[in-house]
Design a protein around this ligand. Structure first.
Ligand code: DQA
Length: 143
């Protein structure tokens, strides 16, 4: 089964960006972790990152057309993008929303995600391990 791991703005800077909040794993390290986890679980994992909202929406449409499962870290868009939420609502497969940090323990404006209500489930605060757990869940679900 196909799984898209999609990442929103600034996540390409992982490893150098606020390491106290997001940890030391680089974006390349995150990609490697997701691909290796997918291989272990027998999932065909495609990992992408963009700073352009329209690009993420296009990828979500693609996943919707394929009926594929999605692991999504919408990053800052989580907190205000109705367009990203509406694209998520088109998905036919499961959607796991992942946040590396615990958004509830941070600034007030990060406490709410407009995406969560249309997600199958949400993982936050477990660092990049959240991606591994999300993939594990999807493998169990489809297997
Ligand atoms: C994030 C949390 C968001 O509030 C923030 O804008 C991000 C990353 C996380 O993974 O913890 O860019 O989604």
């Amino acid at each position: 089964p196909r799984v898209y791991v999609l990442n929103g703005p600034n996540l390409g800077r992982l490893g150098t960006r606020q390491v106290d909040v997001y940890g030391v794993t680089s974006y390349a390290g995150l990609v490697a972790l997701c691909v290796a986890t997918g291989r272990e679980l027998g999932l065909d994992v495609t990992v992408r990152q963009t700073d352009a909202e329209h690009e993420l929406i296009g990828w979500l449409h693609e996943a919707a057309d394929e009926g594929a499962a999605v692991v999504l870290n919408p990053a800052a868009w989580s907190h205000y993008s109705i367009a990203v939420r509406d694209a998520c609502a088109l998905l036919r497969g499961p959607l796991v929303e992942v946040h590396i940090s615990n958004i509830h323990a941070r600034e007030e404006f990060r406490h709410h995600s407009v995406v969560s209500a249309v997600a199958t489930g949400v993982i936050c605060g477990l660092g990049v391990d959240g991606y591994r757990l999300a993939l594990r869940h999807l493998a169990t679900r489809s297997g």
